[in-house]
Design a protein around this ligand. Structure first.
Ligand code: FUL
Length: 479
């Protein structure tokens, strides 16, 4: 029992995980018959005749996502009610039986085309739980149906960055229990979309464990391989609408990857976290929630904690019955984009001089952390687990954010660090943290200083730092 530190340090992401991680922030679009029934979960007996979003404009969805700086969008092609947003050949329960565009429409096509035209990545959510399809519950028959539908989605709409499965597995007709054939689902995805990550009930991206935007203070990407166990994910996800449960998951399983966990596990995997939440209380649009769009400060806080906490941020934006993202949500997204751009546009440490307590060699000298290239990095010689980097900003600067990144192509290694700034002859504490990973944003009350140092007090085998950036998030911002 036990995984060695060297083994944990050498566990690295796949190419598809790396490409996904770099998206950082992307949108979720929940849209189906529920939008017209004002429900969160449909029963499967909704008539397709209610689906008629007359002003639908996929380009508006894309524009809204991009205004906030999102790099991708995931569409609910089929939610639990079984209604398909594309004209599937395997069921009549789809857009082709609806009045929308006289049954000639294909929403998956419209959204994927709009994404491609604007340079946004496109991903799909497909619910295996299907409350309409009669074969649901007769396991092999339904699995064939589901794989056929997956094939349609995987082969007709260009490149996908993600296939998102939640764990819901409700009872079929007469209490029949459906056993999902995950291997078959994953097999066909890998066959047709080898670059797509399979998220949540899947091997590539881990659900953080709640739908409320809670993040862990130390979010490890290297965790016990057993976390990929679908039954556990399913059990958690079915209770996730319970806010109390969400809080419990967040705190009870707060440590997923420390040395204590490594000592107690047989195998680890690169299985990074995604945090999903909605801009409103519900996943689907309800006019009663028009005034419950999350405030800008809350969204900015989520963004900095999630993206700056070694996780990806999947934020849901539900279009309304017109087929448009409501003005309130659209405005908030624009504001969020402005706030993010304003906070992170001027890196006060770009190209600044830096010295390290030790560097492996010249190509890995301290200034590789400030050269603006995330593919270069500083590191000390192998086996050196503690080190310091000191930065000279050139002149005194006011700042309240420091952004750090490890070179995760080499693994995730930093376990504990703190940052200090020089005040006259004294070094004063600024902030401290545990993991860094893909990106860490440290937030603190504004200070003025010219010299800053990063002290890595614990790491695995040897640390790497590819980015050290300093920002002033805005003249009026406090925590
Ligand atoms: C859950 C579903 O039950 C919710 O309706 C929503 O789609 C959420 C993202 O995943 O499992």
């Amino acid at each position: 029992m036990g995984v060695s530190i060297r083994e944990a340090a050498g566990t690295i992401p796949s190419q598809r995980q790396l490409s996904w991680q770099e998206l950082e922030f992307y949108g979720f679009i929940h849209f189906t018959v529920n939008t017209f029934t004002d429900q969160e979960w449909g029963n499967g007996d909704e008539s397709p005749s209610i689906f008629d979003p007359r002003e639908l404009d996929a380009a508006q969805w894309v524009e809204v996502c991009q205004s906030a700086g999102m790099k991708g969008l995931i569409l609910t092609c089929k939610h639990h009610d079984g209604f398909c947003l594309w004209p599937s050949a395997y069921t009549g329960h789809s857009v082709k039986s609806s009045p929308w565009k006289d049954g000639q429409g294909d929403l998956v096509r419209e959204v994927s085309d709009a994404c491609r035209a604007a340079g946004l990545k496109f991903g799909i959510y497909v619910s295996p739980w299907d409350r309409h399809e009669p074969s649901y519950g007769s396991s092999p028959e339904y699995n064939t149906y589901f794989v056929n539908q997956l094939r349609e989605l995987l082969t007709n709409y260009g490149e996908l960055f993600c296939v998102w499965f939640d764990g819901a597995c409700g009872e079929g007709p007469n209490g029949k229990r459906q056993v999902y054939d995950w291997d078959a689902y994953y097999g066909i995805i890998r066959q047709h979309q080898p670059n797509a990550v399979i998220s949540v009930c899947g091997p590539d991206v881990r659900w953080c464990g709640n739908e409320a935007g809670h993040t862990r203070t130390a979010e490890w990407s290297v965790v016990p391989a057993s976390m990929k166990d679908n039954e556990k994910i399913q059990a958690n996800s079915q209770q996730a609408d319970d806010r109390e449960f969400a809080k419990r998951v967040g705190s009870e399983n707060d440590d997923l990857g420390s040395r204590r966990i490594l000592a107690d596990t047989d195998e680890v995997a690169w299985y990074p976290a995604e945090v999903n939440t909605s801009i409103r209380p519900g996943w689907f649009y309800h006019s009663s929630e028009d005034d419950l769009v999350k405030p800008l400060d809350e969204l900015m806080d989520l963004y900095e904690r999630i993206v700056g906490g070694n996780s990806a941020f999947l934020l849901n934006l539900p279009p309304d019955q017109r087929g448009l993202i409501h003005e309130n949500d659209a405005r908030r997204m624009r504001e969020l984009g402005e706030r993010i751009r304003e906070a992170y546009q001027t890196n006060l440490a770009a190209g600044v001089r830096a010295v390290a307590s030790q560097a492996k060699d010249d190509p890995h000298r301290a200034e590789m952390a400030t050269d603006g290239n995330s593919l270069t990095y500083w590191c000390p010689p192998e086996g050196v687990e503690q080190a310091e980097l000191e930065f000279d900003l050139g002149s005194e600067q006011a700042f309240d954010r420091i952004l750090l990144a490890e070179y995760i192509r080499k693994g995730q290694r930093v376990e504990s660090f703190h940052i200090e700034y020089r005040d006259g002859q004294d070094w004063r504490p600024l902030c401290e943290g545990s993991v860094i990973g893909y990106k860490k944003i440290c937030r603190f009350d504004e200070v003025r200083a010219r010299h800053v140092r990063l002290i890595i007090s614990e790491s695995r085998w040897y640390p790497t730092i590819s980015r050290f950036e300093v920002y002033r998030s805005g003249p009026t911002r406090t925590l």
